[in-house]
Design a binder for this molecule. Sequence first.
Ligand code: 5GP
Ligand code: MG
Ligand code: MG
Length: 189
Amino acid sequence: MASVQMDLEEDVAEVLLTQEQIATRVAELGAQISQDYAGKDLMLICILKGANIFLADLVRQITIPVAYDFVAVSSYGADTKSSGVVRILKDLDESVESKHVLVVEDIVDTGLTLRLSYLLENLRSRRAASVKVCTLLDKPVRRRVDVPVDYFGFKVEDQFVVGYGLDYQGKYRSLPYIGVLKPEIYGGG
Ligand code: 5GP
Ligand code: MG
Ligand code: MG
């Protein structure tokens, strides 16, 4: 494997989900979504940046016609909850009116950033025919704010994971699997 990837791998303490496990599950999700949305005008909306790799694999496992678009939404800390300030940094290029929208997210954790709830509300106000959520990872034990998860790839424990699109300080997104970093990496910054 390329040397950059080897550098990243040195920081990994444990692989939680292998490339094969992820591929198998993404294929199952693709099949389920294809069945559930058959005959409907389906549009996937990928939340940048973390869900990008999941989206790319997922659309290739969907066997019905599917369109997709990208949004970037500001994700502040927990105090967003009180201020209610969430901003769209990159909006959709196309209208979602009367389309069946499936929002593709990398991980739903506490729900406190309100990023996802804001986006769902926003999409409904744009008159999407339906709005649902598909997340690769779900950390239900951490949930503080009710966020509807219609499809999930895997449930994970209360630990910070990286890889397959998920970053720590901008790094590790390109790892092909999902893992946990060595404790000294999280400490060091
Ligand atoms: P929350 O659901 O807590 O409002 O925020 C979820 C966001 O926090 C995710 O979209 C992701 O950016 C980040 N996040 C939460 N848990 C993890 C994790 O285990 N690993 C990584 N890389 N990001 C996480
Ligand atoms: Mg995310
Ligand atoms: Mg991140």
